[in-house]
Design a protein around this ligand. Structure first.
Ligand code: B3K
Ligand code: ZN
Length: 868
């Protein structure tokens, strides 16, 4: 029988955390037999199950054609079970059950890229997190059911590679030009970590010996021509394995670790046990084809998926509400890893920039939810910046508070207690508490309530008593759905500087610190509090939230002079950057004078360029139009923001133009011995080039054209943007050249689409040209994102002709790929902040979309977006 996809969403489809119940049956082992054919795939499963609590035996299944079902040797008839679009239920099942099912599925026509699907002519792969496994076979597809998987995979020999999780036990002929392999994964795991791959792929091999002496075979599978681009990922994998041993005492636990690259993938990558599946964009890296930023991302995603082996796989989530348990912790771990790879300050800057650009707006709008949500309709909609990035910040706060040693004692206790279990956020916080000896239970509040706290601070210096007082107040915007908002613990990392000399006061000094500040961190966990610093001989400059020690909106009455002071004297690179951002935001949104910023830049840049060119490049960051728009809650006029920002950029280009040209001509990335330094120089030169072009320097386009032709991908793309976005005479020629060079390199070609879609003067015609280009492909999420993401670089465009673009996409993808459709629609979630008449126009367009969509993903998102 065939089961309909995308059932209409009804009110009762909401799932609540408070309703969690243990599964009535556990699965000791599963034997899966997957036989792939051109027009169908047969899946036979044998589940050895035993009762845990009273209740029906519930097997989840979606889009499965059921052929037969046998319970303890007896063939069941339709009278023995009930079956609907989501589940198969057997009442009164005995306590010990051996269940055999035979189903047929259709990966060849699965466009949703969830479950088992065909990913191009020569490849079949799986994506089962969170609920894809139920599209492969009937199963208690929930993360608290852990089982030993044995998998037989059979296919035509034109697919030489047949992979599944664990150890290869057997391989052989299956007749009629077919062959098979049998794999067994010794570690018990939830079904969302099951993976198999059937394809024609080449492989890069290496090995790693763990601290326990285990010799692990490492394999990265990709199409033949991409194998040379897998070396950076392989090095990053070995580095990650060693890093986790050193920093968390976690060696790898299997004899092999495989990574498979595919271009047909909804997100970045997936941590399936011992068999990661990656979007090509997160594994292929080579300076000729890949930008430095993308190379950094490859390394961090490789690390992220590897780190999941302990935080996610060996210790998994009890239910999907606990998603941030594994994601928040693993993001925190990959961010720490990346801080070791490049300028730590820049890594933190980039991570916070993402948090502020995506998570803060999400948390202040209709899609706001706690890092651990308490209800959902479609869990796929909750792989959000809040769950991932805010989740990581909660872990970072606890780690900051504990310090390295105690945090490690806490994580050791977590692994000791919970290895092999499916646990909750509470389990994590109590293990950290027990291991470190520091009560962290108040941090649970962070997990359970939405919104970005506002932290108001005031400084007051009394020269007569030499006392400096800092008072703090925290508040959260009222939220009708969460009436009992509580004060959260906020670790405030801080430093005081002597305003005359620029020297930092020593915070360890006894006399200064009898006020609760320890190792430069004050834990503010009340609604209001004041601390005192004694023996402060002159009015200090305070630097608050160093390294962004808590995910809050800080409101401190810095003078512009004090911010300029911090730009020049703060030794914490993150806060140095933050000072530039705060000052620029005032210039942009409150009309402050730019001179003081320009002077501070001139003073501080030469030294920073010497020490850390990448940090110097970030000091040129001017808050994006998108970010500035997200700070405005009513009467938002994108064109006005654009105008103000352009005016500021013009001023900066005029004032710093000569400096930029000098710097551009002086610096040479090829003179740098380290990749991270060369990356810094390239980033800086690209910014210098765009400033020169903006200033109207006649030589800028010639230099860009030359850089385009002689550089690696970072330089080429930097130059191409300058040429295209400024409509330089060489722009079309460079674009045509780029196309012909990279026509067959999908990821590089994505950049060609992106650059054009992100043209500040792009219009509906531009998007039409790009989306009807023969290389545009609605079946490849990377290509869709290249255009849609590029378009969204300019909010003026997003909120004009872009609205129809996103709505059309959501409508089309609603059936074809609802995960991606729902995600793209979220670009419009802040529609209600727009000034009229745009506000009503977008609202009407969204309301008109409502009756035209059916998937839980898009419907839930749209309902939330309109519920404001
Ligand atoms: N755990 C996966 C995400 C799965 C998303 C499903 N919509 C990737 C990661 O966070 O490592
Ligand atoms: Zn993850």
């Amino acid at each position: 029988m065939n089961i309909a996809a995308n059932p209409v969403v009804e009110a009762d489809q909401t799932v609540y955390l408070k309703d969690y119940e243990k599964p009535s049956f556990l699965v000791d082992s599963i034997n899966l037999d997957i036989q792939v054919h051109t027009d169908r795939t047969d899946v036979n499963a044998t589940l050895v199950m035993k009762r845990q609590t009273s209740g029906d035996l519930v097997l989840l299944g979606r889009d499965l054609e059921l052929k037969s079902i046998t319970l303890n040797g007896k063939l069941l008839t339709e009278a023995d079970y009930t079956l609907d679009a989501e589940q198969l239920v057997i009442a009164n099942a005995p306590d010990q059950v051996i269940l055999e099912t035979a189903v047929v599925i259709h990966p060849e026509s699965n466009t949703q890229l969830e479950g088992l699907y065909q990913a191009g002519d020569d490849l079949f792969v799986t994506q089962n997190e969170p609920e894809g496994f139920r599209k492969i076979t009937f199963y208690p597809d929930r993360p608290d059911v852990l089982s030993v998987f044995t998998t037989r995979v059979e296919a035509d020999k034109k697919f030489p590679v047949l992979l599944a999780n664990g150890n290869l036990m057997e391989a052989g002929e299956a007749g009629e030009g077919r062959h098979y392999t049998i794999w067994q994964d010794p570690t018990k795991k939830p079904s969302y970590l099951f993976a198999c791959v059937i394809g024609d792929l080449a492989v890069l091999k290496d090995s790693y010996v763990t601290s326990e002496g285990r010799d692990v075979a490492l394999e990265i599978y990709a199409v033949e021509k991409d194998i040379p681009k897998c070396h950076i990922a392989m090095e990053a994998l070995k580095h990650s394995m060693q890093w986790d041993e050193e920093h968390y005492g976690r060696p790898y636990d299997l004899d092999n670790y495989m990574i498979v690259a595919t271009s047909a993938f909804n997100m970045g990558a997936m941590e399936n046990k011992g068999l990661n599946i990656f979007n090509t964009s997160c594994v292929l890296a080579d300076e000729e084809f890949t930008t430095d930023a993308a190379i950094m991302r490859v390394q961090s995603v490789i690390a992220h998926e590897y780190f999941h082996n302990w935080t996610g796989n060996r210790i998994t989530c009890r239910d999907w509400f606990q998603l941030c348990l594994k994601e928040g912790l693993t993001v925190f771990r990959d961010q720490s890893f990346s801080e070791d790879l490049q300028s730590a300050a820049v890594q933190r800057i980039d991570d916070v920039a993402v948090l502020k650009a995506h998570q803060f707006p999400e948390d202040s709008g209709p899609l706001s939810h706690p890092p651990r949500p308490d209800h959902f309709v479609e869990i796929n909609n909750f792989y959000t910046a809040t769950v991932y990035e805010k989740g990581a910040e909660i872990n970072r706060m606890m780690a900051t508070l504990l310090g390295k040693e105690k945090f490690r004692q806490g994580t050791d206790e977590y692994f000791r207690r919970h290895d092999g279990q499916a646990v909750t956020v509470e389990d994590w916080v109590s293990a950290l508490t027990a291991g470190s000896g520091v009560d962290l239970s108040a941090f649970l509040i962070w997990y359970n309530q939405p919104g970005t706290p506002k932290l108001e601070a005031k400084g007051d210096y009394d020269a007569a008593t030499q006392i400096y007082r800092l008072s703090f107040k925290q508040s959260l915007k009222a939220n009708a759905k969460y009436p009992n908002l509580k004060a959260v613990p906020i670790p405030v990392a801080l430093a005081l500087f002597d305003a005359e000399t620029g020297e930092q006061y020593t915070l360890q000094s006894e006399s200064l610190f009898e006020n609760g500040v320890k190792d430069g961190v004050y834990l503010f966990d009340q609604n209001e509090a004041t601390i005192e610093f004694t023996g402060v001989t002159a009015k200090p400059v305070v630097s608050l939230l160093r390294n962004f020690s808590a995910p809050v909106n800080l409101d401190f009455n810095y003078s512009d002079q004090e911010l300029a002071f911090l730009m020049q004297h703060e030794t914490n690179g993150f806060n140095q950057w933050q000072a530039t951002q705060t000052l620029l935001e005032r210039i942009l949104l409150e009309g402050h004078d730019a001179d003081i910023y320009i002077q501070a830049m001139k003073n501080t840049l030469p030294e920073v360029i010497q020490k850390d060119p990448l940090l110097a490049s970030r000091l040129f960051d001017v808050p994006t139009e998108g970010y500035l728009g997200s700070r405005i809650d009513t009467d938002y006029q994108p064109a006005k923001i654009q105008e103000q920002r352009n005016a500021l950029l013009d001023t900066l280009a005029r004032e710093l133009g000569a400096f930029c040209k000098e710097t551009y001509l002086e610096l040479d990335p090829d003179m740098q011995s380290e990749f991270s330094q060369a990356m810094g120089v390239r980033a800086l030169r690209n910014i210098m080039l765009s400033m020169m072009a903006r200033q109207g320097d006649a030589s800028a386009f010639d230099l860009a054209y030359e850089q385009y032709h002689t550089g690696n991908m970072s330089e080429r793309l930097g130059a191409l943007k300058v040429l295209v976005w400024n409509d330089a005479p060489q722009a079309q020629e460079a674009l045509a050249d780029f196309y012909s060079r990279f026509e067959d390199e999908a990821l590089s070609l994505d950049q060609w689409f992106m650059v054009q879609a992100a043209h500040p003067k792009a219009n509906a015609e531009t998007i039409k040209y790009l989306t009807s280009h023969p290389d545009y492909d609605l079946g490849t999420p990377n290509r869709i994102r290249a255009v849609s993401g590029g378009l969204n670089a300019n909010p003026v465009n997003t909120w004009s002709f872009g609205v129809q673009h996103y709505i059309d996409l959501a409508k089309y993808l609603d059936e074809k790929n609802p995960i991606v459709g729902s995600r793209l629609l979220q670009v419009l979630s802040r529609w209600y902040t727009l000034a009229e008449p745009q506000r009503t126009e977008v609202k009407t367009a969204l309301e008109n979309l409502k009756p035209q969509v059916k998937s839980k993903n898009v419907v839930e998102t749209l309902n939330s977006m309109l519920s404001i």
